[in-house]
Write a protein that binds this ligand. Structure first.
Ligand SMILES: Cc1cc2nc3c(=O)[nH]c(=O)nc-3n(C[C@H](O)[C@H](O)[C@H](O)COP(=O)(O)OP(=O)(O)OC[C@H]3O[C@@H](n4cnc5c(N)ncnc54)[C@H](O)[C@@H]3O)c2cc1C
Length: 384
């Protein structure tokens, strides 16, 4: 089994690096200063052809998981915050439409969403329901011609920028845990939708927003998938998005690592470069080895997706290992810069915080361990 990118994918990544240099790097300092990613960015990214879901021959289609992972890693090396805005749009929101939208909904929103002209997000987490995905309290009451949604989603990435939100709500609160939730496509510009941008410290310049729905009417045809299957559906979205978020996390580690290496090669201390202290050289070697190992796990997960195999365990292993390494490398890399590392203007300061953010999105490390253990039990019981 080859895990390596194809020549075509490597060529595309070179093209993406040019896109980064032309369209993103020159604007980064402004976006970090204002803490805002202009909504036009989503369209620029889409017109470049960089999203992992496209509209082609009248339907939505996914590009290869490895291609998407390579792009997410490159983007996150430069800005994990921008990479997460892309992820929330494509790997959460648009993936909800891709997996569970009717043909009509896909035709209506797919062309513009896959180009970033319509921005999407997912709102599941609430104050009492994060790891416990099923613990939500938002309600969906059946009314004539549709549903009336009430409640609040506490943490929604790109919720401020979004035009459409994939939202979970209790459609049958008295039913069992596995059949009381449904998934809806909500027009974020409709009546009763309120948004409050939160003052977060990770993944700048993406937005993190609290969304409150007050008697928001959602027409019947905006129910996504099957009524009562919202829990299984949102878990499926998270399982898929664990691969791109692992790539984003690896990019966070690699971006910090590369800056640290550059610094260690230039900075003179006690009459020699930092890199010439063997203690430091060994640290570089050790982190590089572990970063490469987590990359192989990520590529293995991509290979499973691209071959149409079950990837539940691989995606959690990739998330777990990339977060472990990113949470170790990023503060170590920042240390290499001494005092400068705490300056807001210096790019290195953001990586440790962004690695922290990565450990929360799409499930904490504890949640990944739960999935890894559940899946390994299945595999071992099949083989014994
Ligand atoms: C920057 C950011 C962006 C986000 N974007 C989105 C988004 O776009 N859409 C969305 O719906 N949500 C989003 N979230 C929410 C995110 O998914 C949750 O924060 C995450 O799932 C953790 O939930 P929680 O915050 O409620 O923590 P909790 O679930 O309360 O976890 C607290 C602690 O308990 C541990 N724990 C939980 N369950 C177990 C268990 N069974 N066994 C052992 N330990 C356990 C956790 O690992 C953690 O250490 C975002 C969060 C952040 C910080």
């Amino acid at each position: 089994m080859s895990l390596a990118p194809t020549d075509k994918q490597l060529q595309e990544i070179n093209g993406f690096r040019s896109f980064l240099s032309d369209q993103i790097r020159p604007k980064l300092s402004t976006w970090y200063k204002t803490g805002e990613l202009p909504v036009e960015f989503f369209q620029t990214f889409g017109e470049g052809g960089w999203y992992g879901i496209r509209w082609k021959d009248g339907r939505l289609e996914r590009t290869a998981a490895l291609r998407e992972a390579l792009i997410a890693e490159e983007l996150a090396k430069v800005s994990p915050g921008i990479a997460v805005a892309v992820l929330a749009h494509v790997n959460l929101g648009l993936t909800g439409l891709f997996l569970f939208g009717s043909d009509d909904l896909k035709k209506r929103y797919g062309p513009s969403a896959s180009l970033g002209k319509t921005v999407m997000c997912v709102g599941n987490s609430e104050n009492q329901a994060g790891s416990d995905v099923a613990g939500i309290a938002m309600t969906a009451e059946k009314v004539d011609g549709g549903w009336r949604l009430n409640g609040a989603k506490a943490w929604v990435t790109s919720g401020y920028a979004a035009d459409l939100a994939v939202v979970t709500a209790l459609s049958d609160p008295d039913a069992s845990r596995n059949s009381r939730i449904s998934m809806f496509l909500v027009d974020m510009n409709g009546d009763g939708v309120k948004r409050k941008k939160l003052n977060k410290m990770v993944w700048i310049p993406s937005d993190l927003t609290r969304i409150t729905l007050e008697n928001v009417f959602v027409p019947d045809d905006h129910l996504l998938g099957a009524q009562g299957k919202g829990l299984q559906q949102v878990l499926e979205i998270f399982t898929c998005s664990r691969i791109p978020i692992s790539a984003l996390t690896l990019g966070t580690a690699a971006g910090a690592f590369e800056l640290a290496l550059e610094r260690a090669r230039k900075r003179d201390i006690f009459g020699k470069k930092i890199i010439d202290f063997q203690a430091k050289a060994f640290e570089f070697a050790d982190y590089y080895a572990r970063m490469e190992a987590s990359r192989l796990m990520l590529w293995k997960a991509c290979a499973a997706v691209d071959a149409g195999r079950d990837f539940r365990q691989e995606s959690s292993l990739a998330k777990y290992l990339t977060v472990q390494i990113a949470r170790e490398i990023t503060p170590w890399a920042a240390d290499m810069f001494g005092a400068v590392s705490v300056m807001f203007e210096h790019p290195i300061h953001k990586y440790p915080m962004d690695a922290w953010g990565a450990s929360l999105g799409e499930g904490t490390q504890d949640v990944q361990k739960l999935v890894i253990f559940r899946e390994l039990l299945k595999r071992y019981s099949q083989s014994s």
